[in-house]
Design a protein around this ligand. Structure first.
Ligand code: 13P
Length: 251
């Protein structure tokens, strides 16, 4: 049984005041035992607030990125260990904006996944092809390469210790989501790959879809057989919309 996981990636949005209003409203909406796992990924400036507002609630939180070295001379970076120390549960690794705007390569993404697990965080590994790669019929090849590179060294202690987010780059922030049948096909391939790589535990790893998910289309994705949740950007900035999306996972 794979509990759906619906996550809000705020990206570089929200001030302290805006975040406080969001947390308050979200906690009004979410029951004590929601049927869906909810995770908020605020920017680094808000992580302490997530701990303060969400600690002890049914809503988990994590960081959008972190550096794999535990400490050292890495100006501007925050380590995986420091994120874990704050009480975070999850870490996004290899988001397409990190890969494409900040030139993160597969090797660094893999180090982040490994460091997250070592620190007790659950990595959400993001994979996804660009439009030209899909048009050239290379979507699976690209995603498989990203999975293989990031998970090469990994041992998976349990399926709960890893989440994969399939986010086609061309669907992120464009208002044009993938076709549900294409998202399902990719998720099924990812699941087969995880089963080959990690055996039975691999087949139970949760796979999210991300890219222009909103309340109006969430059900189309969240009811697909191999999609176990969503990683939501823009629409997650409004707590009512985010909760509406989460509810679609069990409706
Ligand atoms: P949008 O939902 O804004 O398309 O962003 C998706 C995303 O990148 C989540 O990580």
């Amino acid at each position: 049984m794979r509990t759906p996981i619906v996550a809000a990636n705020w990206k570089m949005h929200k001030t302290v005041k805006e975040a406080a209003d969001y947390f308050r409203r979200l906690l009004e909406l979410v029951p004590a035992r929601p049927p869906v796992e909810l995770v908020i990924f605020p920017p680094a400036t808000i992580l302490w607030m997530a701990q303060k507002h969400l600690g002890g609630s049914a809503v988990a939180w994590g960081a959008q990125d972190a550096y794999p070295e535990p400490q050292g001379a890495f100006t501007g970076e925050i380590s995986v260990v420091q994120i874990a120390d704050l009480g975070a549960k999850y870490l996004i690794c290899g988001h397409s904006e990190r890969r494409h705007i900040f030139q993160e390569d597969d090797r660094l993404v893999g180090r982040k996944v490994g460091a997250a697990l070592e620190s007790g965080l659950i990595p959400i590994l993001c994979v996804g092809e660009r439009l030209e790669e899909r048009e050239a019929g290379r979507a699976w090849q690209v995603v498989e390469g990203q999975l293989a590179a990031a998970l090469a060294e990994l041992e998976l202690p349990s399926p709960a210790k890893l989440v994969i987010a399939y986010e086609p780059v061309w669907a992120i922030g464009t208002g044009v989501p993938a076709r549900p049948e294409d998202a399902q096909e990719m998720a099924a391939r990812i699941r087969d790959w995880l089963r080959e790589r990690f055996g039975k535990a691999g087949a139970q790893v949760r796979i999210q879809y991300g890219g222009s998910v909103k309340p109006e289309n969430a059900r189309e994705f969240l009811t697909l057989p191999d999609i176990d949740g969503a990683l939501v950007g823009g629409a997650s900035l409004d707590p009512d919309k985010f909760w509406a999306i989460a509810q679609a996972a069990t409706s």
